[in-house]
Design a protein around this ligand. Sequence first.
Ligand code: LLP
Length: 418
Amino acid sequence: MIEVAGDSLYIGCFEAEDLAKRFGTPLYVYDEELIRYNYSRLLRAFRYKWLEILYSCKANSNPWILSILRDLGSGLDAVSPLEVLLGIKLGFPKDKILFTGVNVSDEEMLFIRGELGVMINIDSLSQLERYGRLFPETKVSIRINPGFGRGHHRYTITGGITKFGIYPSQIEKAIETSRKYGLKIAGLHMHIGSGIYDVELYLKGLEILLNIATRLGGIEFIDIGGGLGIPYRPGDREMDIDLLGFKVSELLEEFTRRYWEVKLRIEPGRYIVGNAGVLLTRVIDVKEIEHAGEKKLFIGVDTGMNHLIRPALYDAYHEIIPARGSNRPREVIADVVGNICESGDILARDRRLPRIEEGEILAILDVGAYGYSMSSNYNLRPRPAEVLISGCSVKLIRRRETFEDLIRTAELESLASR
Ligand code: LLP
């Protein structure tokens, strides 16, 4: 569990401050117990008998985290050849991996379908045609864009007029192409966005998929994608996953009664790992300015948009608390800013916080999804280390990057002597 006890933040048995001292900062810390709990919440909510959870590994692809999910029986939603390869190497069953790419080249399909033997979820009519030529008489899945979507930011909406999927108006053409190459459409898929709190929208999309399924016949699975929203701000609403699970299960049970047994797939990423990660960072420089009649307080930390891009990219909110004295009264309003040379490198804007001293450890919460996985080496800064807490044990699951990881030293030496 990740919680404030007494006046300090704990992850499992460990005080966040001690972890920061022991492993250095910035540091990503994950809680295994929460990951397991979130997974079990999904199983409880979606009671449909033929449910398969395909963890969306773009949210967090640390191999240790993936292996926890593999052991729980999860499959994998993969969006790049190397995500598929990682899943195979970690022992995820091939028939529980689905590759959903965009702008997928023939070379990528030859690798994923041909070499690795993983099913491809087709994103466009062109890809279907090329797939048919390469792999006639095989099974495919089709990503349907139902024409609407939702997300916590416009960049995370994937249904509607976006680059993703095959539109309902293109289905006839898709069927024709599949016939031409003897393809069997085994799966129908949608993923309409990320950070959705609205149950109805999923049901509307699911109905479209089920209608297409009855027209096509022989569908083996219906995949409603990921996107389940989680709360980030104190007081934020939560996606009612029990209601969603209940309604989706009900629709599928009815389909199964009337037609045939079909599997239900869901592809959550954020829901499983989002609240299970924190980023610990040290306060380096507290700067108070007064200029042109304006006052501003900046709390400068040793991480930034290179390690957590969500605030800069989506204006996303992440709660930030001091690791010790977490419950101190919030007396100041400040921007928490990173150490990257960009003025947009703001982790929290005009945030009400306690008075913070230089040297303190801050915890940025709910960064288990799309934190490390979207990090970069911008400004030639190494990525942080990652540790996994499992109750009272702690494991370094990725070491901090070094200069050598970023630059091939041998090459550098030969360049220096030129
Ligand atoms: N399935 C497919 C095909 C996807 O493209 C995605 C996410 C998921 C499942 C999982 O979505 P989730 O359950 O995690 O919402 N970087 C953004 C989120 C982008 C999501 C992209 N696709 C963020 O930090 O909010």
